[in-house]
Design a protein around this ligand. Structure first.
Ligand SMILES: N[C@@H](CCC(=O)N[C@@H](CS)C(=O)NCC(=O)O)C(=O)O
Length: 210
């Protein structure tokens, strides 16, 4: 297997997931800011032109972070980061989807339309007037997640893919916008402390760029 990775929160999700599983996967760095991800060589690997992409030994390419993590969970079920039972796995996917729809998608779009406008190529239509509204929508999403957090992690006592996704995107915000992203969100603030104290998370975050 080989993981094509880059700057950004989605590859960070894959790397944390791999570290939590105790897997060792060789990596190849793609420079998205130099638009290497839009070059013919990388488009031949992932026509979506984005990272991460996982190339299996038989040549099959899996992109989309959740699909990569799903594959790795099947390969290495322990520790479970989706879940051990059908109900746990569905609950994890529910939280993952909520994190994506309510927070990471509007946040990412707000960056592409704002701070990153014109910096990653013309494959993403930039709608500058949408940036502020999407930023506010992402903030609304964070506040909703704060209101829903009732255990140590999003899925209660279980640390899951949903926590990894939320952490990777929360941690990426300060690279593009000054300030504490969890200001005024005490439950999420404490949640982040629990997540970053996990050895696999801490070592992955320390090793290179977000
Ligand atoms: N839907 C994809 C999104 C991947 C994505 O947006 N990756 C970013 C890095 S975080 C990227 O490659 N951006 C460069 C570009 O879009 O050109 C996933 O879930 O993996």
């Amino acid at each position: 297997m080989k993981l094509y990775q880059s700057l950004g929160p989605n590859p960070m999700v894959a790397r944390i997931f791999i570290a939590e599983k105790g897997l060792k996967v060789p990596r190849h760095q793609i420079d998205v800011m130099q638009q290497e991800s839009r070059g013919a060589d990388f488009l031949a690997i992932n026509p979506a032109g984005q990272c991460p992409a996982l190339v299996l030994d038989d040549g099959l390419v899996i992109s989309e972070t959740t699909a990569i993590c799903h594959y790795l969970e099947e390969l290495q079920p322990d520790p479970p980061l989706f879940g051990r039972t059908p109900a746990e796995r569905a609950e994890t996917l529910m939280w993952s989807r909520r994190v994506t729809l309510q927070f990471t998608e509007p946040l990412t779009r707000s960056f592409y339309y704002g701070e990153l406008a014109g910096m990653v190529g013309d494959h993403i239509r930039v709608i500058p007037e949408g940036a502020e509204g999407l930023k506010a929508t992402a903030q609304d999403g964070l506040e909703w997640l704060e209101s829903q957090l009732s255990g140590d992690f999003l899925a209660g006592s279980r640390f899951t893919l949903a926590d990894i996704q939320l952490l990777a995107f929360v941690n990426f915000i300060p690279f593009l916008r000054p300030g504490e992203p969890l200001e005024g969100l005490p439950k999420l603030f404490a949640w982040r402390g629990r997540v970053v104290s996990r050895p696999a998370v801490a070592s992955t975050m320390a090793e290179d760029q977000p």
